[in-house]
Structure formats: C-alpha cells, structure tokens
Design a protein around this ligand. Structure first.
Ligand SMILES: [Zn+2]
Length: 306
C-alpha cells in the first residue's frame, strides 16, 4: 500500500512539473493567441504568465513576443509547430516587460529578424537588470545580461506600417500603459489588435511603480477608437473589445474616478484603500483581492504627487 501511495505521489509530482502548456488559441483565420499561465509566474511556467500570439502569413509565421528566456522561446516555437508547419520568419516586440521580449536571442541567432519601436526598446533596456533579478529569484536560467538582445530593427517613430507575407500590419505607440512605451500591433483588415499589456483579461491588472493609472486609461480609450473586433491581451484569453472594456477599461476608469473623488473629499490613504477595496464590481477578475488594494494605494500616491 505504501509503495502504491509513493508511486502515485511520484506520478503526481512529475505531472505537475511538466503540466505547463502554452496554448495556441485560434482568434480568427491564421491568427492565434498563445495563452500562458493566468496565475503567477514560476519556474514551471518559465515566467510565461502572459499572452503572446502569432499570424500565419504567406511568408511564414510572424511572432508577437518571445518570452523571458531561451527555454521559454523554444517552448513558444514548439507550441506554434503544433499548429503550422510554416517556420517563424519575423518577430515583433510590442511589450517592455521581460516575458514579451527577452527571448529575442533565440530567434535572432537563427537569423530571424526582430522589429520593435525604438521607444519600446529604451524601456526594455532600462528595466533589464530588474527583470533579471526577478528571474534569478525564481531560479530561472537565463542568458547573461550582455547576451540578451534588443530587436535588431528599431523604428524611430510612433507608427510603422509594413506588409509581411501579404498581410498588413501597423506597429504603434498609443501612449503609456502597464509599462511606459509599450506598443500595439494592429491588423486593420482583420480588425485584430495585439494589445500587449495595455489589456489584461480574466485577471486584475497590476499598477506597478512604473505604471501610471491615468495615462494608461487614456491609452486604453485611444485603443477603443480603432474598434477592433478581436483583442489579444498581454495577459489572459483573447476576446472582444467589450471583454477588454469590462476587464481593463472599466477598472481603470473606476480607479481614476474613485481615487480622484476620495482626494477631493480629503479622505486619507488608508481609509480610501479600505473603503474602495470592499467593492464587488471586479470580483470576476482573478487576484482582485491582492491587487485591488495595491492598485488603489499606488494610484492614490501617484495622484497625490501630481
Ligand atoms: Zn505582462
């Protein structure tokens, strides 16, 4: 009996160690979201607690985002291979956070070009050391700092239209979001938006020390004017614009409005955090209990320093 229990325990633990899967979810013809963990990052999920994506074109696959490490990049490549035989032939970076770009080296060493806006690469560089420290804390293997590569084609503009494999793309900076200088990739014909960390679906977004709530909300509003039919977020499952509005836009609006009101009424920080944390409006978002008080706190301090 003991042996049997030990065997089951072993099987279960080996199952959980290899259970992470980066799922390719079809958004529309030839366009897929690569949905990672909705929960927190860890060693097993290779810090892929985010969403990437790809477009199958006549010239091969255009990949949006490369993961945080070489191992993550290899998993991304393998996940795409399950869907198409076409090789990855172009990569685009839209995000500044590690899991959106730090796997670039894996593709660049194969001669696959990587494109980004120059402004995005500046934020990537500025946060590189912090990102590496975070990966170290999780015990994740990564390249040395000087081996990690930015995109090899940097666009010194806020908008870059290009055609790849008979598909039209527009890489754009709409304004700061989760990180300063995050960009989006827009496919106007298919009405598909790779929104990156401008949109968090299914889980509550995180206002980090470098995120600015008001500009993030302004950028979100600008994004809605594109009227995308499909939004592939930086975290969570792809969905409609209405879903992005419900999970990100409404929450940002609520934060901006409620924290501004509290400050107009001279309510103290701890009282504001306590009162507003009691809302049930965002209970459908994972981690609202942890993130909402933090987000209220950081937004309050931002507004106070304005
Ligand atoms: Zn992210």
């Amino acid at each position: 009996m003991l042996r049997f229990i030990l065997l089951i325990t072993c099987l279960l633990s080996s199952f959980s160690a290899s259970a992470f899967e980066l799922k390719a979810e079809k958004v529309t013809d030839n366009i897929y979201a690569l949905v990672g963990e909705i929960g927190p990052r860890n060693k097993e999920n290779l810090a892929l607690n985010n969403t990437l994506g790809f477009v199958i074109t006549k010239k091969g696959v255009l990949l949006v985002g490369t993961g945080a490490t070489e191992e993550a990049a290899a998993l991304i490549e393998a996940s795409i291979k399950k869907i198409t035989d076409k090789p990855i032939t172009q990569v685009v970076n839209i995000g500044s956070q590690d899991h959106h770009w730090m796997g670039n080296h894996y593709f660049e060493k194969k001669g696959i070009p990587v494109t980004a806006l120059l402004r995005t690469s500046k934020t990537q560089k500025a946060h590189l050391e912090d990102h590496l420290k975070r990966l170290d804390k999780l015990g994740l293997k990564h390249l040395a700092k000087d081996k990690i590569q930015l995109a090899d084609k940097l666009i010194d503009a806020d908008s870059y239209r290009f055609s790849f494999g008979k598909t039209d793309f527009e890489l754009r900076y709409l304004g700061d979001a989760h990180f300063p200088n995050d960009a989006i990739l827009w496919l106007s014909q298919q009405k598909v938006l790779f929104a990156g960390d401008l949109v968090f679906n299914d889980r509550m977004l995180g206002v980090q020390p470098h995120s600015k709530t008001k500009p993030w909300f302004e950028t979100f509003k600008k994004m809605t004017t594109l009227k995308p039919e499909f939004v592939i977020p930086g975290h969570g499952h792809a969905g409609t614009l209405a879903k992005a509005q419900k999970d990100t836009g409404d929450y940002l609006q609520w934060l901006v409005t409620e924290v501004s009101k509290a400050q107009e009424d001279w309510e103290e920080l701890d009282k504001t955090v306590k009162r507003l944390s009691a809302t049930t409006q965002f209970d459908h978002l994972k981690f609202h209990k942890t993130w909402n008080p933090l987000n209220i706190n950081r937004t309050y301090l931002q507004f106070e320093s304005e």
